[in-house]
Design a protein around this ligand. Sequence first.
Ligand SMILES: Cc1ncc(COP(=O)(O)O)c(C=O)c1O
Length: 376
Amino acid sequence: MSIYLDNAATTPIAPEVIDVMLPILKENFGNPSSSHSFGRNAKALLENARRTIAKTINCSSAEIIFTSGGTEADNMAIRCAVEQLGVKHIITSKIEHHAVLHTVEYLQKQFDVEVSYVECDDKGNTQLAHLEKLLQKNEKTLVTLMHANNEIGTYLPIKQVGELCKQYNALFHSDSVQTIGHIPIDIATFYCDFLTCAAHKLHGPKGVGFLYANKRNRIQAFIQGGAQERGLRSGTENTASIVGMAKAIEMANEALEVKINLVWGLKKYMMESLLNKIPGILFNGETTLEQSLYTVLNCSFPSSKNDGMLLFSLDLKGIACSGGSACTSGANTGSHVLKELKVDTQRQAIRFSFSRYTTKEEIDFTVNYLAELFAE
Ligand SMILES: Cc1ncc(COP(=O)(O)O)c(C=O)c1O
């Protein structure tokens, strides 16, 4: 038995995505910057992929910059804001992904940028009144807050945050790595300067992603070298993976509401089954469809003689999921997100994350095994 419930870490690549990538790897090996026919063919594939992606999120193709994934896109948005767009103050939260947090810390040290952390409640909800207070500082500001938290799933009210940023003339970046391809995103309906995407979170290949950069901001490359991506991102493009990403995004957006209801049904079913079979179990972060990502369920288990080895026991049984312990001792530094939310450190926390390939049988198997462990 092999059960994959770690889709927030990465997803299996869709067979249809592999099918569009293989012929490119075999035959379309041209460098998109070359002027001969091989190069022109590769360039046409790239631009086609860019148009597909732009269409799915409703922006212009010129606003899509291909990167090596979510981390690079986050770095690019935040560093360009400081190094090129004159940002002197960054507002973020303590529950961001390290791709954002460590970049912000680096800029604070290197460029003496002021950093403010907006408060979150114990379910990871951004406190908008506090955000507004922080925005009142009279300095060029970047707000960088993730669209959905990768550990607990809680959503950011992105439209309201965008409105506040617009009102206070701040730049707004949202790490949307866990939401693009998972919920409908129409960039024309909210105010935002930068969004980030990683293909491997939506059944695309690893090592590829993009930055959406609104054309009202004039940014330049932050990696120096060739003039690829209209001079915005140097380095020969990974044509096959970019085309694979476009296919993955296109597929993710087909019948999206049906997929959302299907996967949400599984999450709800798992929550109900766990509550029935493991008294005392708690869920971290928001859990409703409206307030949280339907693909993520973060659980805190009651104490038991088996809980110390929980992740290991699940792995031995063939169940892959993520540890999210708030524990601070020993080698396990624990989750910075759960620590910030003041989750009980005595309890083992596990993140289960689902995809359109997850089945009810897999949930049943996992819950029954957990129930066995906690009955002992
Ligand atoms: C919210 C979030 N941001 C950024 C990243 C980093 O993306 P990548 O692995 O493509 O660099 C991840 C992946 O773990 C993520 O979940």
